[in-house]
Design a binder for this molecule. Structure first.
Ligand code: GLU
Length: 320
């Protein structure tokens, strides 16, 4: 059935990286992704972003599933694991390579972070194009020394297809010229691991995801993802980037903030309703922080409320 926006039924996803115990920032992002989908009668899927080997050791994935269930943020179907899907990513890289859009890159981390390189808004250096035009003989000689990463060429800045625009549900109209803002970007690392930008695009398309809700730290990655969708012939999902929760000193909440991780929060709040009621109020969804279940919060959710609060939210621990 088509919605008023001319899109099919909303399909969203949680896409956590299991690199530590879920913390307050993850709870907040998961709750909003869930409420957005539930309030539109859509379907929410779960994908574990465990491409990096370090995320596969340790108890984090099973704790994550347990924490989501405890919160009442359920998903449909079996969780999808990125480490099972390398074939899909390999095929996508092969398609891009066959179209002449990729090249091997031998630059070291130190070369990439050379002091003079301008940096994109997400902190990665704008790629200067060092390996863009290597000859086959140069590629062969360098490959014998170290395995290359794979980069995707972006259009030169004058070309219209290299400027990507989209409308975010919270942050409004966004525009980025890839050649100036990131340059040719990695789709596979030199250790063979497929890059986040590629995997996320391939997976969202394969899973039928048409609505993405995530932290605004990924707002500047979205144009790269839209460019990849365009090259691979995928539909562009709707994007809603939400403000970040910040620690009292203005830092992003991190896994090391143990007093705000689920182990601590489950003990401190006792029930999911107490915790979610407080998080929903922080997010500006409810007028007070009364205990409420995820299901009860559906009636309070609206994108208009999120748009009103589009500053990052500073957590005052004293208020916990
Ligand atoms: N796995 C990413 C994270 O945990 C989210 C990726 C996405 O939503 O596109 O930050």
């Amino acid at each position: 059935m088509d919605t008023e926006h001319g899109q099919s039924k909303p399909i969203g996803r949680f896409a956590p990286t299991p690199s530590g115990r879920m913390h307050l920032g993850n709870i907040y992002a998961s709750l909003l992704a869930w409420l957005s989908i539930r309030s539109a009668n859509g379907t929410l899927l779960l994908r574990i972003e465990d491409l990096d080997e370090r995320t596969r050791s340790g108890p984090w994935t099973s704790l994550l599933l347990d924490d989501l269930r405890w919160l009442g943020l359920y998903w449909e179907g079996e969780p999808v694991f990125q480490h099972d899907r390398e074939e899909l990513y390999r095929n996508a890289v092969e398609r891009l390579t066959a179209a002449g859009l990729t090249y091997p890159c031998f630059c070291t981390r130190a070369e990439l972070h050379a002091a003079s390189a301008p940096h994109a808004s997400d902190g990665t250096p704008v790629y200067a194009g060092t390996c863009r035009n290597l000859t086959p003989a140069e590629v062969a000689a360098r490959s014998a020394v170290r395995p290359p990463a794979t980069r995707l060429r972006v259009p030169v800045c004058e070309s219209p297809e290299g400027t990507i625009s989209f409308t975010d549900r919270v942050f409004g109209r966004q525009r980025q010229t890839l050649a100036l803002d990131c340059g040719d970007f990695l789709i596979r690392r030199s250790d063979g691991v497929f890059a986040y930008q590629l995997a996320v695009v391939v997976d969202d398309a394969a899973m039928g995801v048409n609505e993405i809700v995530r932290g605004c730290d990924l707002l500047s990655s979205t144009p790269r993802q839209i460019y990849l969708q365009c090259l691979l012939g995928y539909d562009e999902p709707r994007y809603g980037h939400i403000p970040l929760l910040l620690a009292p000193d203005g830092r992003r909440l991190a896994k090391r903030d143990h007093d705000l991780d689920m182990e601590e929060l489950r003990q401190r709040f006792g029930t999911a309703e107490h915790l979610l009621g407080w998080v929903a109020h922080l997010a500006g969804i409810t007028p007070d922080d009364k205990p409420r279940s995820a299901e009860e919060l559906v009636a309070f959710f609206s994108w208009d409320k999120l748009r009103e609060h589009h500053e990052n939210i500073v957590i005052r621990r004293a208020s916990l």
